[in-house]
Design a protein around this ligand. Structure first.
Ligand code: UD1
Length: 419
């Protein structure tokens, strides 16, 4: 199994180019099922989750041509497709459930594996299923699969999400794009990736309009058009490199991201003492050895993202006093804390809150990654720990960070992959 070795203590300096967003690419790839026309997607990140979604689409019969150098692919779903998403492809990536909505919209039938457990929480799909049933879907769950159908096709409806869910909002927006009549969805997640999905759908011929902050109106259409679409940049990758600059007291120019997309992150880092200069589509981050302690609550966008909670925690170990992070989205997203404590951190978990003592100098260790964001948090910790750290189980990392060692080495990190 592959692992990473990191020699800590280097200040990172230089430029990082941000890749396309994984979390925007996944629903957009799933949404291509809606259309019979050719769709060309560019700026897809080269990460494992995208591979998995592409393999899922190939397995149902999509015709996909890739140009991996240009990070683009063209996809045509004009042949007879299967409406089956098997366990072996959905088990490694929860976003596999996003094919359910488009399959039902186009074929009125779908058999999709339940995504199953996940180390960061139980992550049910009840909201996806209950809301799809309001569009006319009937379903049963048997042997680990969702068997769903809509005898008369999907019919538009007025639906209020009982809780803000990124995946359920995406599944419903995609499904309603090819339903009969109009759908109004309220209490939607409004992450930039959802806005990107809506922009994509409108480009291929859907009729979707935001009519309130969290309310969207979708007029179902049956015909789509041939189109080309560029995926937005990965704001979580950008946030991770901002924290890398801050934590190593380095200076990094982060290119290819609109600072407006990561306002909450920029505001927070500035508040605790990191210097950040915004430009059009790039920002300069300068670390400091004077980080203030703080209180953070993760929240749906525009709040502070749960996907950066593990990374910011490492920075708070260096703060001048006690910090508190409340994890409000997932019930079990503190698995990295045990590993950070093995490096000398003093983090205590009480329910959904982590109490992080400051003024800690982390020490190197042999470490085990537990999920995608926890993996990158351990790399950040290893970058400032004295000595050589080894991070095991890095397959999680490869699901979501493109060329991370290469990008880090380019800005001065001592990091290498070993088999
Ligand atoms: C997406 C992101 C993930 C991010 C998360 C929250 C992708 C591919 N993944 O995940 O990186 O951490 O948003 O920003 O974009 N829930 C239910 N029932 C449901 C659906 C969700 O109870 O049917 C709960 C979840 O368990 C969780 C909360 O709602 O506690 C939010 O989850 P959701 O926003 O759906 O996250 P994902 O779409 O899975």
């Amino acid at each position: 199994m592959q692992k990473l070795e990191v020699l800590g203590g280097k200040k990172l300096r230089g430029q990082v180019d941000i890749s396309g967003s994984k979390n925007a690419s996944l629903p957009i790839l799933a949404a291509t099922i809606l259309s019979e026309e050719k769709i060309c997607l560019t700026n897809l990140p080269r990460v494992k989750d995208i591979e998995t979604m592409v393999n899922l689409l190939k397995s149902i019969g999509s015709n996909i041509k890739r140009d991996s150098k240009k990070k683009s692919l063209s996809i045509t779903n004009n042949k007879k497709l299967k409406f089956f998403a098997p366990y072996n492809l959905v088990k490694t990536m929860r976003a596999g459930i996003l094919v359910l909505g488009p399959m039902l919209a186009r074929f009125h039938k779908a058999k999709v594996s339940l995504p199953g457990g996940c180390s960061i929480g139980t992550r049910p799909i009840d909201i996806h299923l209950n809301c799809l049933s309001k569009l006319g879907v009937e379903y049963k769950i048997s042997n680990g699969y969702v068997y769903a159908s809509a005898k008369n096709g999907l019919v538009g409806a007025r639906i209020k999400f009982p809780k803000i869910s990124v995946g359920a909002t995406e599944n419903l927006i995609i499904a309603a794009s090819r339903a009969k009549g109009a759908t109004i969805l309220s209490n939607c997640a409004i992450e930039p990736e959802i806005k990107d999905l809506v922009n994509f759908l409108n480009k291929i011929g859907a009729k979707i309009k935001w009519i309130g902050k969290r309310t969207v109106k979708i007029f179902g259409v049956k015909k789509f058009k041939e189109s080309k679409y560029k995926i937005m940049p990965d704001r979580i990758e950008a946030g991770t490199y901002m924290i890398a600059a801050a934590i190593t007291e380095g200076k990094i120019l982060i290119k290819g991201i609109d600072p407006k997309l990561i306002k909450a992150e920029i505001d927070l880092l500035k508040k605790i003492g990191v210097k950040i200069f915004n430009f059009k589509n790039k920002l300069k981050v300068i670390g400091s050895n004077d980080i203030k302690n703080t209180i953070i609550k993760t929240a749906p966008y525009p709040g502070f993202p749960t996907d950066l909670q593990a990374q910011i925690m490492v920075l708070l170990c260096k703060a001048k006093g006690l910090s508190i992070i409340s994890e409000e989205i997932f019930e079990n997203r503190f698995m990295h804390c045990g590993e950070l404590n093995r490096m000398g951190a003093k983090i205590i978990i009480k329910g959904s809150k982590a109490y992080i003592s400051g003024n800690i100098k982390l020490k190197s260790a042999e470490l085990m990654a537990t999920d995608l964001r926890a993996s990158v948090c351990l790399i950040l910790a290893a970058l400032i720990a004295k000595g050589k750290s080894t991070i095991n189980r890095i397959y999680h990392l490869d699901r979501g960070y493109e060329s991370i060692e290469k990008k880090l080495r380019k800005i001065g990190a001592k990091i290498k992959r070993k088999s």
